[in-house]
Design a protein around this ligand. Sequence first.
Ligand SMILES: [Zn+2]
Length: 418
Amino acid sequence: MKQIIRNVRLRGREGSFDVAVDGDRIAAVEPEIADSADREHDGGGGLLVPGLVNAHQHLDKCMLGDVMRQNESQTLQEAIEITWDHKRSYTVEEIADRAAPVVEAAIVNGTTAIRGFADVDTVGGLVPVQGLLELKRRFEGMITFEVVAFPQEAIIRDPGCDKLMEEAMDLGCDVVGGLPWYERLDRHVEEHIDFCFDLAKRTGRDVHMLADDTDDPYSRSLEYLAVRTIEEGYQGRVSASHCGALAAYDDNHAARVIGYVRDAGISIMSNTQISLVLDGRGDRGLVRRGITRVRELLDAGVNVLSAQDDVNDPYYPFGKPDQIEVGQYTAHVAQLTYLPELETVFDMITYNAARAMRLDGYGVEPGDRADLVVIDAPTVREALRLVPPRRLVFYGGRLMAESRLESTLHTGAEVSGG
Ligand SMILES: [Zn+2]
């Protein structure tokens, strides 16, 4: 089927454009396309960008906020413990049913690729993995969906997890996850990372770890991960989320680690909203914000992105999930507010995130995949300012969602005149 999306704006280009889509690919991008098509869409002068990419989302835990006991201490540790209560009674269907509306909301908000983390541990066994694989089946053809086998209780400190991780990959997980900083000893941190690389190499999969998600400046998993990435020849295939301790290191050590990260081609993910509410809780006086060194990483040439992480669960009570909202938070907290920096922030939820997930044919040029979003705003700045509805969302050329904001302002004149 041939389609034309008319009257859209593009980043970095003046004027309005028409975009032709043939099947699942972009066929043409022109100021005006004279031909007609099987189906035409009015872009309404909105900004057309490739689909938003959310490369870190705990879909097995989302919406537990509605049923869980409260996180009294508001700490990461209590969030982990609250999750245990639910994990023991998870079923595959329950997880898929609970997460499905969150994936639907992500699609309505323009997400065309998502990386879902599934806990793998001796508390919940492989049920979260099976739940997310079931969810992936339900959304086939609607969104690019990856499942990460994620050892939420760490590996060495959770005897039996190693076997479960192997089984999780056999069941069909796409990415080997890791949580090395959560081990008890430094040598276990290294063993954890070595185990994950071994598993990734045996299964031919990429690696995505949550590194140093703590204010503790002695948490040093990211540097070991970076050095091992280089040793294993895994450059460009490893992502690390959170990396809060990097912000707590002294500047000299931080610069050294950033250098390793750049050389290793590791993508760094700031999970801004979650770090903001969970980290720096023990601080007196100046409260740290727990965000990794976003600006310094960008300046060093590291691929930096931002992802939602949590939606209404023991870790975080909010989350729509909306990647433009995620970007808006990152802009605030990383103080990226100069106009060219807003473009960088937008790259963090699109191109940089696509690079971390190694998505093929990502972009808005002819030949690229028609995973596209039209945002009801003409520019990146307006998109980040207003977080407006996603007018049109396409996945592989298939129209997945349409949204309009309908508001009526009743002015005084209208009221008194009525
Ligand atoms: Zn996370």
